[in-house]
Write a protein that binds this ligand. Structure first.
Ligand code: UPG
Length: 480
């Protein structure tokens, strides 16, 4: 008779909801994925101020342990008590905030000493120093970035060929062919400025280099990707076949599909509103820009007016006080057609609602993939980070969305109410909308199939990871 084995997996997400949520979903997936006689336990590392959100998110999975480490204090530029990027006064503080996480290392390692055997750890690529801890404790480490394979492959190609730096390309908007993928053209403004800065020095560059070197075959066993093979096979294959210095990429998603069905709790007001729109047979555009987008008041006003001009019904989730910025008049005018929500919402519940037929999104990868899984086409308005690449992928590669254009063609540029209104109508009522809606439904089916036990590509990948990592740990005597 086979002896049952216990495996213990550590997850350490970066302190930003867009990075944390998918790793928590991965924790759920691990628990669901029983292999033969193995049982798996999971410990999530975080900091005290992030713990309540994580515990609440995992309330359906109390078996997952959550351990908090003390976030460093007195970091120059970081207001006291800020332990998450959403609470930063500006994303320009990303570098000092992320650097400060290194001060968690001694606490992390001290806790590792007291934990039961660890089979492997999955830690965020932004927490580069966790690869040192993994090496010290001889624990295999998988790295997680939260991005898809398309963006990762295009960024790696940009870095490898020094695409914008040698020779230096000054224009922000000149299209440049990506050598590894000649059918793709990118502009300098599509790429994070750290990769296109000819100086290639300074704190942001040094941080990036630390993160890059913690994702090599010697520092990481593999790269966990929140995506599914059928969505972007060319890019997954490219990463795995052409880069001997980087560890293998494993698509194990879409992780949003691991969320439990809604329990019988009372429906929030916005879901009642969506129910009413369904009865009235009025399609709704969902509008939301993730957890860290920074939108000026001027741009926010223009967006509001574009929504109003389009005459489309909309549900807009925003962190800003729209009423204060636009005045009561706007709310009165859109009383019948729109609803504005400032609470934390269950985005998946909204996207899965029958009345939601389009999503105006910044194309953070979680939002974009959630939309694909729910079969909802996107109106792509990228704002920062790798979002311009996600938008390209959604619009040009898999044709499940329409792109919003800025006035000057740069990512940071201004978007007029006329452009917004035109593109909203194109997505919700036009021919392109119809085509993208048909395409996205196909990808939604493929997404679900990827996780099916025994046959799905992501299910098989996770099975291989567990087989490989748990076995290698046993043969190293890790269970002694
Ligand atoms: O009220 C809310 C607001 C957000 N969400 C969820 O929060 C996540 C937000 O993630 P994402 O859409 O990816 O946006 P960001 O928060 O902006 O994500 C950051 O992290 C992503 C993953 O690395 C990157 O793709 C983005 O560029 C980066 O900005 C999603 O799962 C949403 O469903 C909710 O459930 N309710």
């Amino acid at each position: 008779m086979a002896v049952s084995t216990n495996h213990h997996v550590i997850l350490f997400p970066y302190m930003s909801k867009g990075h944390t949520i998918p790793l928590l979903q991965f924790g759920r997936l691990l628990l669901r994925h029983h292999r033969n006689e193995q049982t798996i336990s999971v410990t999530v590392f975080t900091t005290a101020k992030n713990q309540p959100f994580i515990s609440e998110f995992l309330s359906d999975t109390p078996e997952i342990n959550v351990t908090s480490l003390p976030f460093p204090e007195n970091i120059s530029g970081i207001p006291p008590g800020v332990e998450n990027t959403e609470k930063l006064p500006s994303m320009s503080l990303y570098v000092p905030f992320t650097r400060a996480t290194k001060l968690l290392q001694p606490f992390f390692e001290e806790t590792l000493k007291s934990l039961p055997q660890v089979s492997f750890m999955v830690t965020d690529g932004f927490l580069w120093w966790t690869s040192e801890s993994a090496a010290k404790f001889k624990i295999p480490r998988l790295v997680f970035y939260g991005t898809n394979a398309y963006a990762f492959a295009v960024l790696n190609s940009t870095l490898h060929y020094k695409l914008f730096t040698i020779p230096e390309i000054k224009s922000d908007t000149e299209p440049v062919t990506v050598p590894d993928f000649p059918w793709i053209q990118v502009k300098k403004c599509d790429i994070d400025h750290v990769l296109t800065d000819p100086k290639q020095s300074g704190p942001a560059h040094e941080l990036l280099m630390d993160q890059v070197s913690s994702n090599t075959t010697t520092t990481s066993h593999g790269c966990l990707v929140n995506s599914f093979y059928e969505l972007e096979s060319a890019f997954v294959d490219h990463e795995n076949n052409n880069n001997s210095d980087r560890p293998r990429s494993w698509c194990v998603g879409p992780l949003c599909l691991t969320d439990p069905p809604k329990s019988g709790s009372a429906k929030p007001a916005w879901i009642h509103w969506l129910d009413r729109k369904e009865e009235e047979e009025r399609p709704v555009l969902y509008v939301a820009f993730g957890t860290q987008a920074e939108i000026s008041n001027e741009q926010l006003k223009e967006l509001a007016l574009g929504l109003e001009d389009s005459k489309v019904n909309f549900l807009w989730v925003t962190r800003k006080d729209v009423e204060e910025i636009l005045g009561q008049g706007f709310k009165d005018r859109i009383r019948e057609s729109g609803i504005i929500v400032r609470d934390w919402v269950d985005q998946w519940e909204i996207l899965s609602h029958e009345s939601v037929k389009g999503f105006l999104s910044h194309c953070g990868w979680n939002s974009a993939q959630e939309s694909i899984c729910a079969g909802v086409p996107l109106l792509a308005w990228p704002m920062m980070a790798e979002q311009p690449l996600n938008a390209k992928m959604v619009v040009e590669e898999i044709n499940v969305g329409v792109r919003v254009e800025t006035e000057d063609g740069t990512v940071q540029g201004f978007v007029t109410r006329e452009e917004l209104s035109r593109k909203i109508k194109e997505l919700m009522e036009g021919e392109t909308g119809k085509i993208t809606r048909k395409n996205v439904k196909e990808y939604s089916k493929m997404a679900k199939a990827a996780l099916v036990k025994g046959t799905g590509s992501s299910w098989k990948n996770l099975d291989l990871i567990l087989k490989e990592l748990c076995k290698s740990r046993e043969s190293n005597g890790a269970n002694d």
